[in-house]
Design a protein around this ligand. Structure first.
Ligand code: SF4
Length: 453
């Protein structure tokens, strides 16, 4: 019996051999990295990737439901494939990730997308190869949304696009329940990977695959390790990873101000391998709105972190996320956000208009802000940030930054931990992709240039 089963699975597995797949990814870095793992899973079936969706035998939509826009785009793009599927029923369409995982999603995917062959959520994407094999046998639609992860995606090999920066998951899920966010409902509670597994993955990426940046990923990386049998803090994990030999830097995202401890600042300051850049979402400059968002911190707490990190690491590059027009946000609340931007002077701000997510508490809050008003506030904020960034360029003058030295269009360029480019005219480079200190000596037309020290 066993050998017949083995033979069957061989036949089925061969049904994908040499076929092509195309993955469309929506959303954050977590999704981008999960798509890298989906590539690894599909390669096990001996399939290869195509950039051209029309040439693909298997089309995978790895979806996001954080914002309504991303959800609508994914839905419309899947719907657009209906005539193609009718013309060629042998094409396999897969929809996976956050959209199907929502309990009260905007779209009833099972009913509205009968032509989609496989619909799975966030917790069973690692089984895509098995779903494909099953579909090859039955030819029927598979709709499988499960509540808890079977096993994480950890065991899947990632096929990465980027050859300099590698994403590495350290924690899945989130326990924070911000009132506007759907993530804890679709990704579940926090679950940290074992430190030794992370260590081995990072060591391999650095020493065998030549990666220069490792970006540790999680919805809230600062909460790392609390759920482990032998707890380990995020600061301790950073220190542990810094013991890996090699010329590389560690970045991480996303941080949460509530869990961002002074230990982390200390490791960032003392460990050369931890990049001097921090993305710390504030979301609003009004403590009243932060409480309504259930962010677990107030403006004073946030500004305290900013003050301490700037003092410890003067060259730190800071970025943040802002939600404009949260329910009940008054003009005064909004002005407080502008005031915070002026005070902190972020190098980069990612600002979004609040968008209602069905199934989250904030979607039912009173005093939802008019779309037109949200738009006016967003544009005002973006204009202010543009001015701040223009001014910010001056801070680089006469300072030295640890940079990754690269060749861009035949010129040597140093890239700071925060991603700023410093041109190094006249530098006779031999190699590239190594770290060296670069001093900024000129600023012209918002471009920096300098010398290697
Ligand atoms: S911290 Fe808040 S915004 Fe971030 S994933 Fe968790 S619930 Fe969502």
């Amino acid at each position: 019996m066993k050998s017949v089963q083995k033979e069957n699975s061989q036949i089925v597995s061969n049904s994908y051999q040499g076929k092509k797949y195309h993955i469309v990814t929506y959303g954050c870095q977590m999704n981008v990295h999960e798509s890298e793992k989906l590539r690894g899973i599909l390669s096990v079936l001996n399939m290869s990737e195509t950039e051209d969706i029309d040439k693909a035998d298997v089309i995978v939509f790895n979806t996001c439901c954080i914002r309504e826009g991303a959800e609508d785009r994914a839905y419309n793009n899947v719907i657009a494939l209906k005539p193609i599927k009718e013309q060629d029923p042998s094409k396999v369409i897969v929809m996976c990730g956050c959209m199907p995982q929502q309990k009260k999603g905007k779209y009833n995917l099972k009913e509205k997308l009968p032509f989609v062959d496989i619909i799975i959520g966030t917790h069973n994407m690692n089984m895509l190869d098995q779903y494909l094999l099953k579909h090859a046998i039955t030819g029927e639609q598979i709709y499988d949304i499960i509540e808890k992860p079977v096993t994480g995606m950890d065991n899947a090999k990632a096929i990465r696009d980027d050859h300099l920066n590698a994403y590495v998951n350290i924690i899945y899920g989130c326990n924070k329940f911000c009132t506007y966010c759907i993530v804890p409902y679709v990704r579940g509670r926090e679950s940290s990977r074992l430190p030794q597994d992370i260590y081995l993955e990072v060591r391999d990426l650095v020493q065998n695959q030549g990666y220069k940046y490792i970006t540790l990923l999680g919805q809230n990386v600062n909460s790392y390790g609390k759920d482990l049998k032998y707890p380990m803090s995020f600061a301790e994990l950073l220190k542990y990873l810094c013991t890996i030999e090699g010329d590389f830097k560690i970045k991480f995202m996303t941080s949460h101000p509530m869990d961002f401890t002074d230990d982390i600042i200390k490791v960032m300051k003392t460990e050369y391998k931890v990049a001097k850049t921090l993305h710390l979402p504030v979301q609003s400059g009004s403590s009243r709105i932060l409480a309504k968002m259930n962010r677990h911190y107030n403006v004073k707490h946030y500004m305290g972190i900013i003050k301490r990190i700037k003092r410890a690491i003067p060259n730190i590059s800071l970025s943040t996320d802002i939600i404009v027009g949260f329910p009940g946000e008054t003009v005064r609340d909004f002005e407080m956000t502008l005031k915070l931007l002026k005070k902190v002077k972020f190098d980069q701000v990612f600002a979004f208009m609040y968008s209602k997510r069905t199934g989250t508490p904030a979607a039912t809050f009173e005093n939802q802000i008019d779309e037109k008003e949200k738009n006016v506030r967003l544009n005002k904020l973006l204009r202010l940030q543009k001015m701040i960034q223009k001014e910010q360029i001056k801070k680089y003058f006469n300072k030295t930054y640890d940079c990754l030295i690269r060749h861009i269009n035949g010129v040597a360029v140093g890239i700071t931990d925060g991603g700023k480019e410093i041109y190094i005219p006249g530098y006779k480079y031999v190699n590239q992709n190594y770290f060296a200190p670069v001093k900024v000596e000129n600023i012209r037309n918002h471009k920096l240039s300098g010398v290697i020290k």
